[in-house]
Design a protein around this ligand. Structure first.
Ligand code: ATP
Ligand code: MG
Length: 150
């Protein structure tokens, strides 16, 4: 177990380093700080990295990502928002499917297998959690993850 404050501040720093870019704004809005998270650190971090990587891959020229955490109804909630290209509403149900990629626009130029979000959902579900997505084309996308805390 690890406290949310330690876990998320490390995660943000690790992600910033991994992008090797200085033009990405990544803001952490932590509304708790001493919540003990019972997570498989390796898998949970990879799951969140997949979402953060997508926010950059499908992001605007000046990616701005916010990660907000708070407790709601006994669930630890993590919201990751980007200002990227967004996802058409009729695609939203499919993006967690294995090998699914949105075919509209110029996305074929962006490499990927379509496994990132599939993996992410499996890992969140393994933690008894849920993940949902909201998006507005040309505005941005928000993923909301909830996991129980004991
Ligand atoms: P991989 O993650 O396996 O390298 P991928 O990024 O294409 O490949 P997923 O991460 O599973 O696959 O995402 C599935 C699809 O959902 C993407 O191809 C993209 O079309 C769309 N998508 C995911 N995240 C975003 C986002 N933040 N903004 C816009 N589109 C997104
Ligand atoms: Mg991906």
């Amino acid at each position: 177990s690890v406290t949310d404050a330690v876990y998320f501040s490390e995660l943000i720093e690790d992600f910033k380093l991994s992008t090797q870019r200085t033009d990405i704004s990544l803001e952490l809005d932590l509304n708790n700080s001493e919540v003990m998270l019972r997570i498989d650190k390796f898998h949970f971090t990879t799951a969140l990295f997949n979402i953060l990587e997508n926010a950059v891959k499908y992001g605007s020229e000046n990616p701005s990502i916010t990660m907000k955490t708070f407790m709601k109804n006994g669930m630890y909630t993590v919201q990751i928002s980007d200002n990227g290209i967004g996802i058409p509403s009729h695609e939203l149900d499919s993006i967690f499917d294995k090998f699914y990629r949105v075919s509209e626009g110029n996305l074929h130029k962006v490499k990927g297998l379509g496994l990132g979000l599939y993996y992410t959902k499996q890992i969140i579900t393994a933690h008894y959690g849920t993940i949902l997505v909201e998006s507005e084309p040309h505005k941005g996308t928000t993923f909301t993850i909830k996991i129980p805390v004991t």
